[in-house]
Design a protein around this ligand. Structure first.
Ligand code: GLN
Length: 241
């Protein structure tokens, strides 16, 4: 069977927040289950594979976001991949560029994004910096917390085709309505770094289940559970930090 291909896009542009860790987490969680996985890293100018299982975009600065959009549009394969049912998981700057439009720079220049998520991002009144805690309702209807660290100036509004990923308990998130992130089909955007999939293994497994089309047995990890419990308790007690 073909290994599950995880495609990490443009780390030289969208790699400043350590979101590369999301790729490592996905690969590791597949390998721990005995599932063959391969990590493909593409840089601007490289062809983006059109038949990957999960595509990852991370956080970065304004100028890098503009370059990343240009590169991905010129290449074009990301559109085929999403059309073909691949999972696209995007964080912060990545989340913004996957949307319809976002602004960059002091003069708030409006840039057309990839249009794969029905969201629009504009500069907010404040910069959202600090820990973020939100509640995610999983596909089975149960709730779990998403913990991470946010650092963004853009505030995101969802259009009718996108649904929020989570509801903010502490922090800013999308900023407009206490929601965090967005989901449209298998395209998911979110603000937290951490890397977020290291801090939230259930979200990592959700992406893998979406990509594989079947459920995965849980991987119990009491040490990670305890670290999550401590972090969540700290944020609830002391706020964003
Ligand atoms: N430049 C974007 C913003 O400030 C994204 C920042 C990021 O990826 N952390 O909103």
């Amino acid at each position: 069977m073909k290994p599950v291909e995880i495609v990490l896009i443009y780390q030289s542009l969208l790699g400043i927040y350590g979101d590369r860790g999301n790729a490592m987490v996905l690969r590791k969680r597949l390998q721990w289950r005995g599932i063959d996985a391969v990590l493909t890293e593409v840089e601007p100018g490289d062809a983006v594979p059109a038949d990957g299982a999960v595509y990852l975009l991370g956080g970065g600065e304004d100028a890098a976001q503009v370059s990343a959009v240009k590169g991905l549009k010129t290449d074009g394969h990301i559109f085929d991949a999403v059309e073909g049912g691949a999972v696209l998981f995007s964080v912060c700057a990545g989340f913004q560029i996957v949307g319809n439009t976002f602004t960059v720079g002091e003069h708030d220049e409006v840039i057309e994004g990839l249009g794969l998520l029905d969201v629009d991002t504009r500069r907010g009144d404040v910069r959202a910096v600090g820990e973020i805690l939100s509640t995610w309702t999983k596909p089975d209807g149960t709730e779990t917390l998403i913990t991470g660290f946010e650092n963004h100036g853009g505030f995101t509004t969802l259009g009718p085709a996108a649904k929020p990923l989570a509801k903010v308990e502490i922090g800013i998130g999308n900023a407009n309505d206490a929601t965090e992130g967005a989901v449209q089909g298998k395209v998911i955007g979110t603000y937290p770094h951490g890397p977020v999939l290291a801090r939230n293994p259930e979200l990592a497994d959700h992406l893998l289940e979406l990509a594989l089309g079947h459920e995965l047995a849980p991987l119990p990890n009491p040490e990670l559970d305890e670290l999550r419990r401590q972090r969540i308790a700290f944020v609830r007690k002391h706020g964003r930090g």
